[in-house]
Design a protein around this ligand. Sequence first.
Ligand code: SF4
Length: 95
Amino acid sequence: MGLLTGAIGALPWPRGRDENRDNARDGAVTVLVDPLRCQGIGMCAHLAPGVIALDEWGFPIVPRGAVTGRERVAAGRAANGCPRRALLLEGRSGG
Ligand code: SF4
């Protein structure tokens, strides 16, 4: 199963290589959730309020589009703080 954006259970959100390349260029990242790793612990929403929300079962709802600036920083905090390493920031340059 692929990584997801948006609510858990949504269909994978296909993106082209051009969009990924644009994200890397302007520092934007797309937040992806690995549904096989995520256990709905909810730490991510606490670490990135306003960027990641939780659905009624406690699973993350991430932005569908790329995030930049403060939202990117918050998303990075959430990815680093996820105990299951279930969040991936696509387009992140330099690790
Ligand atoms: S912190 Fe990680 S495991 Fe917990 S809900 Fe968020 S993505 Fe899922």
